[in-house]
Design a protein around this ligand. Sequence first.
Ligand SMILES: *[C@@H]1O[C@H](CO)[C@@H](O)[C@H](O)[C@H]1NC(C)=O
Ligand SMILES: *[C@@H]1O[C@H](CO)[C@@H](O)[C@H](O)[C@H]1NC(C)=O
Ligand SMILES: *[C@@H]1O[C@H](CO)[C@@H](O)[C@H](O)[C@H]1NC(C)=O
Ligand SMILES: *[C@@H]1O[C@H](CO)[C@@H](O)[C@H](O)[C@H]1NC(C)=O
Ligand SMILES: *[C@@H]1O[C@H](CO)[C@@H](O)[C@H](O)[C@H]1NC(C)=O
Ligand SMILES: *[C@@H]1O[C@H](CO)[C@@H](O)[C@H](O)[C@H]1NC(C)=O
Ligand SMILES: *[C@@H]1O[C@H](CO)[C@@H](O)[C@H](O)[C@H]1NC(C)=O
Ligand SMILES: *[C@@H]1O[C@H](CO)[C@@H](O)[C@H](O)[C@H]1NC(C)=O
Ligand SMILES: *[C@@H]1O[C@H](CO)[C@@H](O)[C@H](O)[C@H]1NC(C)=O
Ligand SMILES: *[C@@H]1O[C@H](CO)[C@@H](O)[C@H](O)[C@H]1NC(C)=O
Ligand SMILES: *[C@@H]1O[C@H](CO)[C@@H](O)[C@H](O)[C@H]1NC(C)=O
Ligand SMILES: [Cu+2]
Length: 594
Amino acid sequence: MADEKPSATSRRAGRRFWIVIGLAASLVVLALALGLGLGLGLKHHHHSNSSNSNSTASQSLSPQTSSNFVVGSILGQPPQERRYNFTIQVANGAPDGVNKTMLVVNGTYPGPTIEANQGDRLVVNVKNNLPNATSIHWHGLFQNGTNWYDGTSGITECGIPPGESLTYNFTFGDFSGTTWWQCVLSTQYTDGITGALIVHPTAQNPTTLPAYDDEIVIQMADLYHDESQVLLADYLSPFGIAGTQGNEPVPDGGTINGFGQYFASGTGGSYFDFTIERSKTYRLRLVNTGSFASIRFSVDNHPLTLIEADGTLLAPSQVSGVTVAVAQRYSVLLHANQTSSANGTYWMRATVQSDMFTYDQPGQNLDIRGVIRYDGAKTGLPGDAASVDPGPGVSGLSDADGTTALTPLIASPAPDATRAVQMSFSFQSTPDGRFLGFMNSTSWEPLSGTSTLLAVHQDPTGFAPVGVGIGAGDQLLVTEDSIQVLDVRVDNLDDGDHPFHLHGHRPWIMGIGPGRYTGQALNATSPLRRDTILIPAYNWVVLRFVTDNPGLWAFHCHLAWHMAAGLLMQFNSLPSALAKLDVPQDIVAQCTKR
Ligand SMILES: *[C@@H]1O[C@H](CO)[C@@H](O)[C@H](O)[C@H]1NC(C)=O
Ligand SMILES: *[C@@H]1O[C@H](CO)[C@@H](O)[C@H](O)[C@H]1NC(C)=O
Ligand SMILES: *[C@@H]1O[C@H](CO)[C@@H](O)[C@H](O)[C@H]1NC(C)=O
Ligand SMILES: *[C@@H]1O[C@H](CO)[C@@H](O)[C@H](O)[C@H]1NC(C)=O
Ligand SMILES: *[C@@H]1O[C@H](CO)[C@@H](O)[C@H](O)[C@H]1NC(C)=O
Ligand SMILES: *[C@@H]1O[C@H](CO)[C@@H](O)[C@H](O)[C@H]1NC(C)=O
Ligand SMILES: *[C@@H]1O[C@H](CO)[C@@H](O)[C@H](O)[C@H]1NC(C)=O
Ligand SMILES: *[C@@H]1O[C@H](CO)[C@@H](O)[C@H](O)[C@H]1NC(C)=O
Ligand SMILES: *[C@@H]1O[C@H](CO)[C@@H](O)[C@H](O)[C@H]1NC(C)=O
Ligand SMILES: *[C@@H]1O[C@H](CO)[C@@H](O)[C@H](O)[C@H]1NC(C)=O
Ligand SMILES: *[C@@H]1O[C@H](CO)[C@@H](O)[C@H](O)[C@H]1NC(C)=O
Ligand SMILES: [Cu+2]
């Protein structure tokens, strides 16, 4: 609704821009020897093996190309249908130099960037070559009238069976901004099924938004060397990890656009490395596509101007860095005007935050870096001495605060609430010895042989009562069959911070604070709207949204381990209206096959 578009004059037709990948000095030779395909033009025959076997990692990742991270060239094109073909497969990868088995789309990590204009239709054919079911969720999109394409397995579909395909087909409605796609079935995205999704707005940028020249996608993620299914089994076991139930798996490292460094193994890894032109301004579209840790982003010596959070334009503010929680997005402007490094190279930093880690992970590297290289700079890495991380206090700027301190660029009040629901969440032991996430009294598990969407579609008034209720299969639902302005008051009773994501909406953040919600004043003047909100330990938050989008909308913690531990509930909006919509036959057929 409120994203930006550079004015025609701020954007040059002919862009000069390069990304040079894999400059890990002494590491490059090793990488070449190992055939890791770090974007150095190595050819992997990534079609040759795929038809033989789809359950073993018989192929390696393909190299990344710069075009996967540069966006903006489609601005101003007439509305059109944009088609993508995705093939999900098992592959060998080594994002930080350590071999691991990955699940990826089209043989790359991260997968293909999807770019569209707001008035376009997106048609993505997803072929599943995994041995397990899968699905793709289009994070932050509203899917108004197409709830079945939200891609949440167990809720809006049953999952694409192995060897089969599903064509997702939808429009963007009021949505524009920086977002991403991922698989939210179990922990599959932890193994690599992620990519950026950029939707350029139809409306011109407000003149109050600073202009910029070029746009780059920066996807940051924590990285695990083990397969997520192995880690998940340990996490959910009665013994837990490191002897304590509830200890989430601690990552080994991290990546920037799929490039990370890990020094303990000796191979090192590689760097995301790009060249900028002096005096240009770059919009960096930051996404945390990780599974557990927040990541702080900064660029040495460069103050950043924060302008977007989860698709909402912000009143510009200068920051030294921004900490991005899992699934959150920000845009920052980087102005290429620095001279402090004599050779024109600077570190970009994605510092993986350790505050949620409960045990030591030997060899771990949380200091993930990329290279920003001014046009004309020679190859090689920046020096540590020449570069100074403009961290809090160093440049006189502070970091961004991801909640109420961010001010929308376009002030607009939230409507008055007509209804409110209350809930709390926590982690608890179960009688059968497990340790799971609970929203009120339920820990989510998908229905078997159907989805909540189909169950409600078939029995719109019977599946769950209006208001708070538990549907068959222990599905915690808040149902509204009329258009209401709903306040969702959430108490975090846990000692950790949790990034909660509401599907199908971009709620107003009405208030947040320590303790439980007991009627504290809310501020409707011009609250921030975002779809992923970090709820700090032992804090409350009130989110407000309008129940005018028919369907089943997941509301869950986006930490992959917590999602898998059941920290999820659903909003069931306008079931009578949903019942009048035709669910596509291939969505129905998925469920009868399983
Ligand atoms: C997608 O696959 C179909 C069928 O194989 C093919 O006809 C089409 O050209 C492909 N489209 C793209 C954009 O790759
Ligand atoms: C993904 O791979 C498929 C099949 O190899 C190909 O048709 C398609 O064009 C690729 N899509 C993208 C977005 O690269
Ligand atoms: C890593 O994988 C590549 C092929 O993908 C293989 O050639 C290499 O030997 C592996 N390295 C190690 C240390 O296992
Ligand atoms: C498929 O699912 C099974 C059971 O959950 C799991 O053990 C296995 O690792 C999965 N395979 C892949 C490639 O994800
Ligand atoms: C992938 O594996 C599944 C189950 O093992 C099988 O049914 C399917 O035909 C396979 N697909 C391909 C392309 O080999
Ligand atoms: C996508 O949906 C539109 C609207 O329902 C429909 O007209 C079109 O045929 C669909 N496209 C595909 C490829 O299914
Ligand atoms: C560079 O640009 C930033 C952001 O616009 C500004 O704050 C800073 O003063 C400029 N620095 C120099 C050396 O011109
Ligand atoms: C840039 O300068 C620093 C400090 O003198 C040095 O450590 C680093 O190796 C240089 N990098 C390049 C690419 O010349
Ligand atoms: C959660 O529990 C509280 C207290 O029992 C109750 O008032 C509320 O309606 C419940 N909310 C949901 C969504 O179940
Ligand atoms: C409510 O929000 C507005 C806009 O952000 C702000 O100016 C005002 O100070 C806030 N009021 C209170 C009581 O916090
Ligand atoms: C969904 O569509 C309906 C009908 O066109 C509209 O009234 C409503 O505002 C839309 N909601 C969202 C969240 O896009
Ligand atoms: Cu969580």
